[in-house]
Design a protein around this ligand. Structure first.
Ligand SMILES: [Zn+2]
Length: 257
């Protein structure tokens, strides 16, 4: 299985073998940079592909043949678009997951309360969502996640157990922080890229094309184009005979401590 531990063992053995051959017969010096580049590429793949399960197991879809999917919205609570997202979900009688950023809660407590009281799931998406979050130490990451928990607890009195890594990046420090904090990491199987400027029609057909049992869709409640396609997307999913269920229920995970 391709994971961090096995990769380290493999490259260490390969390095020892290369050094052995080098000492006995000699090898061209460029072999070492090639080894380093190959190792870096594998680790890069592990960091940037959340469904690689490279550093830790991350749930990215449900293993089911039943026609059901879950919707998730990252980066709120956002004054501009979260209330409208909630209105659309309420109109369509859909429960979704909101992976919230802790430092966006102060001032938006009412929105977070609405998310929770309308039956949606609140997950941890870090406190800072810092650009350099992936370079934090394990301890600093753990403190960051705990601050988000604290902000959530003071607003809606629950402590999230489901965590979605900022930018979807995982690494050994984050694996440690997740383990120490007792979180379940949750990824996605369909990434809308709705924060990148996109044509609504193209985005809608791209989302529909990836519909399959157990899928977890990633949207952002900070995206205008998401709002433009959400009603039609939900209608299309329903018309295809799919049920949209809350993420924790689809995955059979405990949402709060
Ligand atoms: Zn995010």
């Amino acid at each position: 299985m391709l994971n961090f531990r096995n990769t380290n063992i493999f490259f260490l053995l390969l390095l020892l073998f290369t050094v052995g051959v080098h000492l006995q017969k000699g090898v061209p010096v460029f072999v070492y940079p090639i080894l380093l580049v190959a190792y870096s590429l594998v680790v890069f793949y592990g960091c940037y592909f959340i469904d690689s399960n490279f550093f830790l197991p991350v749930v990215c879809a449900a293993n089911t043949t039943h026609k059901k999917i879950a919707l998730s919205f990252d980066d709120g609570p956002a004054e501009l678009y979260t209330p409208e997202t909630l209105r659309i979900l309420q109109d369509q009688d859909i429960k979704a997951a909101f992976f919230c950023i802790g430092n966006r809660i102060p001032g938006n407590e009412q929105i977070l309360t609405r998310i929770h009281s309308e039956g949606h799931l609140v997950g941890n998406h870090s406190h800072s969502h810092h650009f350099w979050f992936d370079l934090f130490s394990a301890e600093k990451m753990q403190q960051d996640l705990a601050r988000m928990d604290k902000a959530t607890m003071s607003a809606i009195q629950v402590k999230p157990l489901l965590f979605r890594p900022p930018y979807g990046v995982t690494n050994p420090n984050l694996a440690r922080a997740i383990k120490r904090g007792g979180y379940t990491p949750v990824g996605w199987s369909v990434r809308s890229l709705d924060t990148v400027k996109q044509d609504p029609g193209k985005l809608l057909s791209k989302m529909q094309a990836q519909l399959k049992p157990g899928a977890i869709y990633l949207f952002h409640d900070t995206s205008k184009v998401m709002l433009e396609i959400l009603p039609q997307f939900i209608s299309a999913v329903k018309a295809a005979g799919y049920e949209i269920v809350r993420l924790d229920k689809m995955l059979n995970l405990k949402p709060y401590a």
